[in-house]
Design a protein around this ligand. Structure first.
Ligand code: HGY
Ligand code: MN
Ligand code: MN
Length: 406
């Protein structure tokens, strides 16, 4: 019997994991290093044990589990994704890749598959960048690129170092094994392509570049009634102009870039006070470096123009830039062959979402498998992938691992 994943167990586990951090709207909020994350790590570690892996948590809260290989001294094939979510996110983003990797390990063991290589199961912390403004923090730590934990903090000023000291999921503290022969990640597409084309699978060819900066406009808080319109230095006027400029500049690239102002905070934030300061995030994404460079410069210029128009101060943080990354051609070929072995159609496409796989490329040949997102929705309680599509992705992951680890 070829290794066959158990769709019912996959669904049952994803639904159980989805209860951790459940929101009233039916979404999930699982922020790294808080209680929900510790509970998710504990649960996934138990499942890893049931699949024959020895679980551990590294110094950055990354969960890992090693299944021994038949031959000594070979670096493992790694498979997983992230356990954190955006606020009120969906139940598949990240979680599917972690649970499917565990499911694949269990199917391979139950079928007595002969894997020469060990299998390393992974559940990264802090991929979303929600809490500390650094995306893929857990996987950056694995490849030695994380900022020092005492230098990054959440919006209440609590440092990652302090949160890590208090983070105790009840799993042995063990460093991650250093080497990997390959890294595989099953993930929902989070966009509309597969669903609209009726294709059940994709092998990802590249992951877009993502650049983020914070713009702060400073004007003068003042009385909303007694301050004439021509005597105001309203910080929100500058920010509002920049929001529109960011939209128009990205639209002007005709699909070659996207840009988002995802967080904007007005202070003092009272109905009867002219805004004195506005802090807003700007994020741009493209698969093409020249586009990113041109867009970054144009956004900065738009910010300066808006600030000058309304006599505002403007502070811009340095852009935190992750360049576009091609994924490994051989790993992608193994994914396509695995889908072929199983008789399923598969296409190739870029990822407009960032993923831990982009970071792991620095450590090992990396590949990603996408399954469809219904209506292309993600980072929302409405995020949904059919259980049949989820199981199909897990089966292709299992077959790909078998190919790479045999
Ligand atoms: O933002 C992203 O692209 C990913 O979902 N963290
Ligand atoms: Mn994700
Ligand atoms: Mn996400």
């Amino acid at each position: 019997m070829p290794p066959t994943i158990d769709p019912a167990r996959l669904r049952r586990r994803l639904e159980e994991l989805a209860q951790i951090g459940r929101t009233p709207e039916g979404g999930v909020t699982r922020l790294s290093y808080r209680a929900e994350h510790a509970a998710a790590v504990r649960l996934a570690a138990r499942w890893m044990g049931e699949a024959g892996a020895t679980p551990g948590v590294d110094a950055w809260g990354n969960l890992h589990g090693l299944v021994p290989g038949a031959e000594a001294g070979l670096p493992p094939v790694a498979a997983g994704s992230h356990l954190d979510t955006v606020p009120n996110g969906g139940i598949f983003d990240g979680a599917l890749g972690v649970v499917a990797a565990i499911e694949a390990a269990q199917a391979l063991r139950d079928a007595g598959a002969h894997l020469a290589r060990p299998l390393l199961l992974l559940g990264f912390a802090e991929e979303e960048g929600t809490s500390f403004g650094v995306g893929c923090l857990g996987s950056l730590a694995v490849v030695g690129r994380a900022p020092a934990p005492e230098t990054i903090h959440d919006h209440e000023g609590v440092t990652v170092a302090a949160l890590l000291r208090a983070f105790d999921p009840g799993v042995a503290r063990v460093p991650l094994p250093p080497a990997m022969a390959a890294y595989l990640e099953l993930h929902i597409e989070q966009g509309p392509v597969l669903a609209s084309r009726g294709v059940p699978l994709a092998a990802v060819e590249a992951i877009v570049g993502i650049e983020r900066a914070v713009f702060t406009f400073r004007g003068q808080a003042n009385h909303a009634g007694t301050t004439p319109m021509d005597a105001r230095r309203d910080a929100l006027w500058g920010a509002a102009d920049l929001v529109a400029q960011v939209r128009d500049l990205a639209r002007g690239t005709e699909g070659r870039a996207v840009a988002t102002v995802g967080r904007l905070s007005v202070s003092p934030g009272a109905t009867n006070v002219v805004p004195g300061a506005v802090e807003m995030t700007v994020e741009i994404r493209s698969a093409e470096v020249p586009i990113l460079e041109t867009l970054r410069a144009a956004v900065e210029q738009a910010g300066r123009t808006s600030a000058g128009r309304y006599e505002l101060g403007l502070e811009m943080t340095a852009w935190r830039a992750e360049p576009p990354v091609p994924l490994d051609g051989n790993v992608r070929a193994s994914i396509e062959q695995a889908a072929g072995d199983l008789g399923w159609p598969i296409m190739t496409m870029p990822s407009w979402a960032g993923h831990d796989a982009k970071i792991l490329c620095a450590r090992a040949p990396a590949g990603m498998i996408f399954v469809p997102s219904d209506r292309g929705i993600s980072h929302s309680p409405e995020e949904h992938t059919s259980w049949e599509d989820a199981a199909r992705g897990a089966q292709v992951l299992c077959r790909t691992i078998e190919r790479l680890a045999a």
